[in-house]
Design a protein around this ligand. Structure first.
Ligand SMILES: [Zn+2]
Length: 277
């Protein structure tokens, strides 16, 4: 897992520009509420914890025409917002261009509203609220961004502790079949609140189960490759070096909590057992 780069732009100014590019009908709804939007943006940007405890949007459900106009800032294209979307991935690290930061499994073809736009339409084009995401995570996450007044999901702009290893994998051999199972551990650098958030994120998206399944599907072919190398006369030290090189490569690119790198680390640590299979 890796962090995304937040593109530091003047969010409120950006909103005003998008509004100025809207058609007349939307402009006359949105222009009078610009000050309220500025207030809502300040809450999000400077006091996100209070937003987690805020019962409802700054725009009550009876402001339906306003709520619709706000959502349409995202769904109906304007020059500025289209340009933002087009350039977004140029600002992101290669890992984020490749994999959804929420799951690290699929390609991030969508932008997720971290705070759901049905519940809080005022944040539909707040760029700090938009994160790359795959279709599956976006669907699974839906509007469930908080529970009991705390975040349910990691925020890949703000949660800057992803470089500390908290995902580990244990390999066991049951009836000559290698099985990898992932667990979460709390490193010293991550505090209890942060670790609880990691647990909520993994649980909400079912990530440990997904990683177990994907890894175990891959293990048999990886083990066959290793057995082929062994049959070809490779010594364990050289096979281990190859496997650790792959572990390090993945770990550098996708972070130490990337599930795939753990496959190679586990294989490197269990060559003796693999030789006996
Ligand atoms: Zn995903």
């Amino acid at each position: 897992m890796v962090n995304c780069n937040y593109i530091h732009l003047d969010e409120y100014q950006f909103f005003r520009i998008v509004v100025s590019e809207k058609k007349h009908k939307s402009r006359i709804i949105l222009q009078p509420i610009c000050q309220r939007i500025e207030q809502a943006y300040l809450t999000y940007l400077n006091d996100f914890d209070s937003l987690c405890g805020q019962p409802e949007s700054h725009f009550a459900t009876d402001d339906q025409n306003i709520r619709t106009a706000l959502q349409k800032c995202y769904s109906s294209s304007t020059n500025s917002f289209t340009q933002f979307r087009a350039n977004y991935y140029n600002h992101q690290p290669p890992a984020v261009r490749d994999l959804c930061p929420y799951c690290m499994i699929d390609t991030p073809y969508t932008l997720d509203h971290y705070v759901g736009q049905t519940e809080f339409p005022e944040y539909s084009i707040l760029t700090k609220n938009l994160l790359p995401c795959c279709f599956k995570c976006n669907q699974q996450k839906n509007e469930t961004w908080r529970s009991n007044n705390v975040k349910t999901f990691l925020n890949f702009y703000d949660d800057r502790f992803l470089q500390y290893p908290f995902l580990i994998a244990d390999m066991q051999f049951i009836r000559n079949i290698a099985i990898l199972s992932f667990t979460l551990i709390q490193p010293a650098e991550i505090n209890n609140l942060q670790f609880a958030l990691i647990n909520r994120h993994f649980s909400a998206l079912g990530l440990l189960e997904k990683y177990n399944k994907k890894s175990n599907n891959r293990l048999s072919s990886e083990i066959k490759t290793i057995q082929y190398m062994m049959g070809d006369g490779w010594i364990d030290a050289d096979i281990r070096a190859q496997l650790l090189a792959r572990y390090n490569g993945f770990s550098i690119q996708y972070g130490p909590n990337y599930w795939e790198c753990h496959i190679y680390k586990a294989l490197a640590d269990h060559l003796t057992e693999i030789r006996l299979l």
